[in-house]
Design a protein around this ligand. Sequence first.
Ligand code: CTP
Length: 450
Amino acid sequence: MTKPRILMIIGGGIAAYKSIELVRLLRKAGYVVRCVITRAGEQFVTPLTLAALSENKVYTNLFDLKDEVEMGHIQLSREADLVVVAPATADLMAKMAGGIADDLATTLLLATDKPVLAAPAMNVRMWLHAATQRNVATLRGDGVTVMEPDEGEMACGEFGPGRLPEPAAIFAAIKAALSSPPPLAGGVGGGTVPSSVLPLSSDMPSPSPSRQREGDLSGQPDFADEDHRPLYGRRILITAGPTHEPIDPVRYIANRSSGKQGFAIAAAAAEAGAEVLLIAGPVELPTPPGVIRVDVETAVEMAAEVEQGLPVDAAIMVAAVADWRAADPAGQKIKKDGSGQVAPLALAENPDILAGLAKSPHRPTLLIGFAAETNDVVAHAEAKLARKGCDWIVANDVAADPMGGESNRVHIVSKTGIDSWDRLPKHAVARKLMEKIADELDARIPRQPD
Ligand code: CTP
């Protein structure tokens, strides 16, 4: 399999140092990285550092004839699978929005026919300025994926949105952009990021309705209808799949969760217009369009990623998290000694991610747990609801159809009652659940009139 090729454009700003970490992450994952650095960017990171980390030549100047002989700027802009602008400064985004091409970076951005992802970084006033917001809207309209900047204390001492998203978040957005279907049409330089690639932002355009959908049930909500985006503007975090808990380098504790229901929920949430962060245990499932996915292996990693993903409006914890992990995983493969004795395996309890989230200061407005039960389904779910401190438990009756099947019979258990649904395909459960979640969020966080 060929490795993804990234053309990184590094603008000028104090956050440019984080681009070094991003290059490191990309290289570690085996991506091919070429860096272009603007003149202002060179004030903050050196081409030498980037060349050493990317193991590739770094480009700085449009008019370097030798470079044009080696590789023309058109070719440089097109040989990548994705162009990433990080940090995307106010100035750089203004030029991109206006189609200005007065240096190598902006020329490449105008000439490329590949998807473009921009990770902004600037002072909070600059970010909130009407001009910048206008440029961001223009870029998004052109098909560029513009991530939301992080919020927090800035290098200049002010507080608010404008910080460069963390390298891990940019990396996740890159993975999401690369795993999305090919561009539809139009956009900057004739190519565009599919609008289904959504960063975690609050004012993104709705995802494209052009996806193929299979097996719609009549009476199920139809999120392909562009006007029907009941979760538009909502941020939703979903955990899915099993976790693997290492015993030694070759063995692990696992369970039979397929991840299918969690992935179906992530797909339905994105189709319903939400910004979706999917934290997935080890499963071989494709990332649904429009979903940002972070892969984890263990419960402890999942707990950390969930915390990183906050705040969100709703969290749906579908993962079958292992309750236990090896207390002391061995660094080398454990050998049997042939004595026939039972091997000692001390276990430690994993963090309960759902219960922890319920107590978090950043508790989502709507917190939903899942529970697969074989008997006394509703009674067990009611007990779990109280124990975990969540708002709903989606109780899944697995007596007739164990984990891994294509359909589920669920009961939504809350403090106010029980909503029992017929057995439905997992994607239909997901869509119906999104309708219910949208109504609940609209009741809990009323929408402002336009
Ligand atoms: N869960 C979690 N972290 C854990 C265990 C479970 O976040 N360490 C979440 C699951 O994602 C699910 C809910 O809690 O949303 C219920 O999971 P379940 O395995 O049924 O709960 P347990 O507390 O492990 O109960 P049981 O004894 O029935 O396995």
